[in-house]
Design a binder for this molecule. Structure first.
Ligand code: UD1
Length: 421
């Protein structure tokens, strides 16, 4: 298993190109199952999760291949006859559940393994199931698999989500594109990845409106056709790299970055004393003063502060002037990075869904363990600010969501390398 070794202390200068969004790509790829004609995605990030989704689609009988060194994925589902998503692939990645809606719409039945828990929380599927049942499916759990059937086809319906779940909104949206009649999803998620999915589905011939408003209206059509679609920029990768020059010092330009993707995050950076400037090619970020100010954070659905940037923000706040309170409202167990940051000298008190961080002058390098994707990158960020050497183990988590992470950090002057351990 590889580790990443970071030597902190040096300021960062230069440019980092932001890749296409992992989470957008993972929902756009299953959309291929809705059409017989090819769907081609460009600006695809080179990540192990994308490889896993490619394998899942292939196991369902779709053709899926990566071109241009992984930047493009070309898919065709004309011969996708298998409606069964096997546990062996689904267990690797929760986003595999995004084939459920498309498979059901295509075949009238689908058998998809339940994804199981993951480190950050239980993450049930009830909202996906209720939404698809409202469209006329009967869904049963047998042997760890969801068996979904729509004997008379899917029919449009009014669905109000108890919580604006990203995945449930995506599954219901995809299924509804081929349902008979009109579907209205109320309290739908409004994340940029939802907007990207709606844009792609429209390019495939779907009739969708209101995706930015929280109420999505979908008029079912008989068939979708092929399309080519560029994946939007990854707002979580963007927010992560925005923090690098703030933590380490210096100034970095994030190519392809846009404020509207991370507006709530930028507001908090401003409150902490960090300048974000729009440039022709992206965003520039730098600290206004020597030490940043403590700020309070509450994670919320979009357009609120994203849960996927909470760990990275905590790494920053460990050396802020004052006490910050971070409230996690989306996932029940998302402070696993806190004890690791404490091994580096951070002062953090976790009580349920709230973490209180009292800033210290400087962190100290240590051996730490990555527990999930965003937690692992927060430890690298902390390592950039720390005195001495930080060794982050279990970095396979990072490969799921950060393309060329070592190359991107070292390209702006960070002392970072990947080693076999
Ligand atoms: C997506 C993102 C993930 C991000 C999350 C929240 C992908 C591939 N992943 O995950 O990176 O952290 O949005 O922004 O896009 N819930 C239920 N029942 C359900 C579904 C969800 O109770 O049927 C709960 C979950 O347990 C969780 C909350 O809703 O507490 C948010 O989950 P959801 O928005 O569905 O996140 P994902 O789509 O899984």
């Amino acid at each position: 298993m590889d580790s990443i070794v970071v030597n902190g202390g040096g300021a960062l200068h230069g440019e980092i190109a932001i890749a296409g969004a992992k989470n957008a790509c993972l929902t756009l790829m299953p959309a291929t199952l809705l059409a017989d004609e090819p769907l081609t995605l460009t600006n695809v990030p080179r990540l192990s999760d994308i490889v896993t989704m490619t394998q899942l689609l292939q196991s369902l009988g779709a053709e899926a291949s990566s071109l241009q060194d992984g930047r493009v994925v070309a898919m065709s589902s004309h011969a996708a006859e298998n409606p069964v998503a096997d546990y062996e692939i689904v267990r690797k990645m929760r986003a595999s559940n995004l084939v459920l809606g498309p498979l059901l719409a295509r075949h009238g039945h689908a058998v998809v393994s339940m994804p199981g828990g993951c480190a950050i929380g239980a993450r049930p599927m009830d909202l996906h199931i209720h939404g698809l049942e409202a469209l006329g499916a009967k869904i049963e759990l047998k042997d760890g698999y969801l068996h979904a059937k729509a004997v008379n086809g899917l029919k449009g319906a009014q669905i109000e989500l108890r919580f604006a779940s990203v995945g449930a909104t995506e599954n219901i949206m995809m299924a509804a594109t081929l349902a008979k009649g009109t579907t209205v999803i109320k309290n739908a998620a409004r994340e940029p990845e939802i907007i990207d999915l709606a844009t792609c589905l429209r390019a495939m011939g779907a009739q969708i409106e209101g995706e930015a408003s929280g109420t999505i209206t979908i008029q079912g059509v008989d068939r979708l056709h092929g399309a080519t679609h560029p994946v939007i920029a990854d707002r979580i990768e963007l927010g992560t790299y925005m923090l690098a020059p703030v933590i380490a010092g210096g100034e970095v330009e994030l190519l392809g970055g846009r404020v509207e993707l991370v507006a709530a995050f930028c507001e908090k950076l401003d409150e902490a004393g960090i300048s974000v400037t729009e440039t022709v090619n992206g965003l520039k970020v730098a600290r206004r003063n020597d030490r940043i100010k403590a700020v309070n954070i509450k994670t919320e659905v979009f357009p609120g502060f994203p849960t996927d940037l909470q760990a990275q923000m905590m790494a920053l706040l460990c050396t802020a002037d004052g006490t910050s309170v971070l409230e996690e409202t989306i996932f029940e167990n998302r402070f696993m990075h806190a004890p690791e940051l404490m091994r580096m000298g951070a002062q953090i008190d976790v009580q349920g869904g709230t973490a209180t961080v009292t800033g210290v002058e400087r962190l100290k390098g240590a051996r730490v363990m990555a527990t999930d994707l965003r937690a692992s990158v927060s430890l690298i960020l902390a390592g950039l600010a720390a005195e001495g050497e930080t060794v982050v183990s279990r970095v396979y988590h990072l490969d799921r969501g950060y393309e060329h992470v070592v190359r991107k950090f070292s390209g702006v002057g960070a002392q970072i390398e990947r080693v076999k351990s």
